[in-house]
Design a protein around this ligand. Sequence first.
Ligand code: FAD
Length: 512
Amino acid sequence: MTATGLYDLAVIGGGINGAGIARDAAGRGLRVALIEQDDLASGTSSASTKLIHGGLRYLEHFEFRLVREALIEREVLLNLAPHIIWPLRFVLPHVRGMRPRAMLRLGLLLYDHLGGRKILPGTRTVALDNDPAGAVLKPEFRHAFEYSDCWADDARLVVLNVRDAADRGATVLTRTKVVGARPDPECWRIELVGAGEARGEIRAKALVNATGPWTSAFFGMVQGVKPSGRIRLVKGSHIVVDRLFDHDRAYIFQNADRRICFAIPYESDFTLIGTTDEDFHGAPGPVAITAEETSYLLAAANSYFAKAVTPEQIRWSFAGLRPLSDDGQSTAAEATRDYVLTLDEPLEGRAVLSVMGGKITTYRRLAEEAMDRLAGALAGMSGRWTASVPLPGGDFRFADRESLVASLLERYPFLGASEAQRLFRCYGTRASRILGGASSASDLGKRFGASLCERELRYLVDHEWARTADDILWRRTKLGLRMTPEECEAVAAAVADYVASRVGNHAEAATP
Ligand code: FAD
């Protein structure tokens, strides 16, 4: 094992919540270890709808505090990572027999004013007869509202938080499972199993359980701690289809069951449709969309789009488990999206903090609160800092994004406009770290298809903990959408070769 010694904090779980807490803690001067059993963001945090949003529909459940906090957080996060987060306008058609127009108007008025917008424009009404957003909808939809939220690359948000934590000194162990934790009078002793069943132990003064859907299972491994809350797992699935419309706005559709579904422009050439909400009672792990969920999503889209969306148009699907704090609500859709943090202390001074619930949107606030709660156990740490320090590659103003893409293209003209844009949207100002001194396309090394080149692959292995083709093609980039199975196989072989050649040569490339 490469991680030894005594840490201030061990964070278990490399989803958005663990990543955010590890970054926050490292920036407060603590010695941090982040441990993830698989790839970063391989759990729920790469399977979300990818919205940084207040959650318009939570107003119906009177969750004003949650909505307000999340609305405020939209612009905070937009400023921290304007390469991977950007504003998105949502078109909400009015439907006769569903929520009345006055109710939608009132909800959106609240939505506009609860969260103190500075950058995002407010709500407007849309006459669908005269607007491109109406052109692809059935003619019976004539009125709509249009409002703002933000979109985020969820998996990259995780990786960038971890990158920043590591830049601030955190030790990051991926593909390493925590199999036990016991408190002794000095510290926590945390048992790890890494690649090839290699066993090890690290010690830490405090422990964070950010294992998302695995939270209950994790409680079973921690000696001396009884779970003080319950997790409810709610499955949600999405489909990705060929692009359904030419404008850059998203749709929010009301379904007959009172749920809502989004149709969102995705990766330039596609539309993302989701999501479902179904209680899940199995063991946490990889989940996939079912035939019923696919039919539900297609039916939702087909209630609104004039041209039928068919199963043949589906290019990809993904599913995830929402680890919700169980508030006893009857339906999965109604269960709160708010988070609960619990602090246990099986021996004096041996704190374990558990995260239950939450949203991508609120991860930074959650991390701040988690660190505040741990202040008693970790004396001497500094205060809150994450609200104004950009994530890696995000050190620019959103308004400058297009001019920075143009500068990248000017410096590397052989990229072409769409590739310059893709690289900037993934890596922001760090794109030039990948491209370095390249002066022609051939300087980027071997090409694998869909514009993935050897330099990018190596960057992802060396600096972003990628170890497999899936890590690269479906989480850190979405280039898998554009590759043939043969090209994906070539990427798998190249990553395996490169990782093998790096073990022992590079601390971050080595498997613990
Ligand atoms: P995870 O991302 O699951 O991370 C937990 C990690 O812990 C996993 O990577 C797992 O491998 C690791 N782990 C578990 N056990 C161990 C162990 N023993 N040792 C080491 N590692 C371990 N939120 C929004 O804000 N906007 C949205 O649009 C949105 N849409 C959503 C749509 C769907 C369908 C779903 C399912 C969720 C959505 N969410 C959204 C919610 C959001 O995605 C989740 O709240 C968030 O991703 C949970 O993050 P997490 O870190 O708690 O869990």
